[in-house]
Design a protein around this ligand. Structure first.
Ligand SMILES: [Fe+2]
Length: 403
């Protein structure tokens, strides 16, 4: 066994000394749910709804359908913010919060992908507690009762209708947002950020372009795999990760290739993305965050590129790590002894069939960008959760292999 293996850090099996698990979002899933948006959101305390979305979604007609669903349920639409870019920033969140205040809103409804939902979460925190988006950074640092020792203070009701499958942000307590001047992505996570309601209706991914369905599906795949091998694993999340992987195995290619005509595959991918999401991630996300912040590589594309390389590297870290990948391999019928290589090969083939890039050089990352990426990955919070300890040299080597 190599020095610095995960066995020295934390066991990946047995009874853990500690973990916590929470998931407080009410999820409704099924067909024709958009029309009940208002009816359902009213039960979460919403009256004057501020919708957050982006220009592309606004052009699809989905916003009008959701708007009708809001008003049919007896709620008012206080305003719409449709200016969220593909990779949202602290500046956008601050503008969104100010617009919601100006509109006299009392609740937020995100209709979009990860960037839209994360913007709504951070804007909601700023809207409720004041300050600005940059101040929100950190894990479990939101205001609490009893001089900061008690229950976290709630933020305004937030509902999410994801239009990708996906980031799973609609059922997570985390948001990742870019700080433009600093070229970094900051993470914000605390219990109040769990949306109160997530509406999973395959109608909302009907017009999703193939390339986006592929990339966001690989983000869900990465959450399921990283969550299962993370040092922050738990039996609760294991159950979710493995079922997510089965559903992704059965539905991702169908959803990407048949798109509009395969409602079942699209619906199942929305649910799989929900099951997969966790904040217990690892080095794939650590490598992808700086690739997004520094070179604008879309999050799911970056994960698809990095995932096979991290699996190969991690699986050699210890027999226990390899065993965890073996469980994942079973889902895909990959049972070779050298599980790291076999699973990585299997996924690389799948990523190719999905039509996604497999190298960083294909998506605008130059070789001389590697040192800054290494610095970003080393400093990323998810590095600490990777099952194998990662040095700067390890990251430099993995980026070179991915180039
Ligand atoms: Fe992700």
């Amino acid at each position: 066994m190599e020095a610095g293996s995960a066995l020295d850090r934390t066991p990946l099996k047995g009874f853990k000394d500690f973990y916590q698990y929470a998931g407080s979002t009410r999820v409704i899933a099924g067909r024709n749910l958009l029309e009940s948006t208002g009816f359902e959101f009213q039960k979460e305390g919403a009256r004057r709804v501020f919708m957050v979305t982006d220009g592309v979604i606004r052009g699809t007609g989905l916003v009008e359908r959701v708007e009708a669903g809001v008003t049919d349920g007896g709620l008012e639409l206080a305003g719409i913010f449709d200016d969220v870019p593909q990779d949202s920033s602290t500046e956008v969140c601050d503008r969104c919060a100010a617009a919601a205040k100006e509109a006299g809103a009392d609740s937020f409804l995100a209709v979009g992908g990860g960037s839209v939902m994360d913007t709504a979460k951070v804007a909601d925190a700023v809207f409720t507690h004041g300050g600005d988006a940059r101040d929100q950074e950190g894990f479990f640092l939101m205001p609490r009762a009893d001089d900061g020792m008690g229950r976290p203070l709630e933020i305004a009701p937030l509902a999410c209708i994801p239009t990708t499958a996906g980031t799973g942000s609609e059922v997570s307590m985390a948001a990742v947002i870019k700080v433009p001047d600093e070229k970094v992505k900051i993470e914000i996570a605390d219990f109040p950020l769990f949306p109160r309601l997530a509406i999973l209706d395959p109608d909302s991914t009907r017009t999703l372009p193939q390339a986006v369905a592929a990339a966001t599906g690989m983000d869900a795949m990465t959450h399921a795999i990283e969550g299962y091998v993370s040092v922050d694993w738990s039996p609760h999340q294991d159950a979710r990760s493995l079922q997510a992987l089965r559903m992704i195995r059965d539905n991702l290619e169908r959803a990407v290739q048949r798109g509009e005509e395969d409602e079942e595959a699209r619906g199942n991918m929305l649910i799989a993305a929900n099951l997969a999401i966790t904040i217990a991630l690892g080095s794939v996300h650590a490598m992808s965050h700086p690739a997004g912040a520094q070179f604008g590589v879309p999050h799911g594309v970056a994960n698809a590129i990095h995932l096979p390389h991290v699996i190969r590297h991690n699986a050699q870290g210890s027999p226990d790590i390899a065993d965890r990948y073996r469980d994942i391999g079973e889902v895909f019928d990959v049972t070779e002894r050298d599980i790291g290589d076999a699973l990585a090969d299997h996924l690389t083939e799948l990523i190719g069939r999905l039509g996604l890039p497999t190298r960083l050089s294909q998506v605008g990352v130059p070789e001389d960008g590697i040192p800054a990426l290494v610095e970003g990955a080393t400093g990323d919070g998810t590095t600490l959760l990777n099952p194998r300890e990662m040095s700067e040299e390890d990251y430099a080597e993995l980026y070179r292999r991915a180039l």
